[in-house]
Design a protein around this ligand. Structure first.
Ligand code: SAM
Length: 302
């Protein structure tokens, strides 16, 4: 570690009481940096779009270690970005349900694993809401019962293919419930040697089906994330993003810290063959509105 300045800095930051959350995140000097990265990216996207409240999710809570970590991350990110963050956790409350499909990998997981003590967990939670029941039943009712702030980050850790299919139904929500790009952590796509994950089983099979079923919404892995990190780590390979091309604000320009926002004049000069139009946003920048990809074209196919 002493020979590697980045690892030494990480070691220092883990012990720091004054370093900012973002600084610690940059060096993976926080617990579950995959949660930190997803929530941070979601909140900064929201702030750039003028959205002041978002919601973040853990599907598969078990004992609650992950959900409590997500609460702490939400608190830190909220403090540094000013974006309010609501936290939700989904679980049966009784451990894994029976597997119902070979793609659930019943040779790797089985009924009743990862039990929760709901009462004890609820007592420890500071801001998260627990939604108990099988996600087959709870997800379809959730939006209209809770009316959550726009969804910004989702952790999927329900292990089974069938459970992931049901969890991903959350991302069928209409645009008012979504940020244009939703950050997603998939917990079960590497696993141990027995798990042998691929696009035909488990969480990856559910993602492939989601993409096949949606022309205007695609979930894709963040390509090359490990090359953007100061200290590359396995979690870099399992971060995904839902691109909601049908979101009315998908094309809103938010890269102003790097390059200035387009002006009305530069938009007027831009190609307009796809119906490009300029529209002033809340923060004064000009948003480029492009029609969604037409259904049934090669570009939209999964
Ligand atoms: C591996 S554990 C989650 C661990 C947790 N994310 C953590 O990091 O501490 C998987 C959880 O998914 C839940 N789960 C699996 N399928 C489910 C379903 N169809 N509906 C609700 N919960 C489900 C199980 O109850 C189990 O607690």
């Amino acid at each position: 570690m002493l020979g590697n300045p980045a690892l030494f800095r990480q070691w220092m930051l883990r012990r720091s009481r004054t370093a900012s959350f973002k600084r610690r995140l940059d060096f993976d000097a926080i617990e579950r940096p995959h949660y930190g990265y997803g929530v941070w990216q979601a909140a900064t996207q929201a702030r750039a779009l003028g959205v002041n409240r978002i919601s973040v999710y853990e599907f598969g809570v078990a004992g609650g270690a992950g959900l409590m970590c997500l609460e702490r991350v939400a608190e830190d990110v909220e403090r540094e970005t000013g974006v309010r963050i609501d936290v939700y956790g989904f679980d049966t409350g009784k451990g894994m349900p029976p597997p119902t499909d070979p793609r659930d990998l019943p040779f790797a997981w089985t009924t009743g694993l990862f039990r929760m003590r709901p009462k004890r967990l609820r007592e420890k939670l500071t801001r998260a809401k627990l939604i108990l029941g099988n996600v087959t039943n709870t997800v379809p009712k959730f939006l209209y019962r809770q009316y959550p702030a726009p969804i910004g980050f989702v952790s999927i850790d329900v292990d089974y293919y069938t459970s992931t299919v049901d969890a991903l139904r959350l991302l069928d929500a209409t645009a008012e419930f979504l940020l244009p790009r939703v950050f997603i952590y998939l917990d079960d796509v590497i696993g141990d040697d027995l798990e042998t994950h691929c696009e035909w089983v488990g969480e990856l099979a559910a993602v492939r089906e989601f993409n096949d079923a949606h022309a205007q919404r695609k979930i894709g892995r963040i390509n090359g994330l490990r090359h953007k990190r100061i200290i590359p780590a396995p979690w870099n390979d399992v971060m995904y993003v839902l691109h909601a091309f049908d979101h009315p604000r998908y094309n809103a320009y938010i890269n102003t810290s790097k390059w200035p926002a387009p002006t009305a004049a530069s938009n007027a000069a831009a190609p307009t063959s796809e119906g490009v139009a300029g529209q002033r946003s809340q923060n004064g920048a000009v948003e480029v509105i492009v029609r969604p990809i037409p259904q049934g074209t090669g570009a939209a196919a999964g």
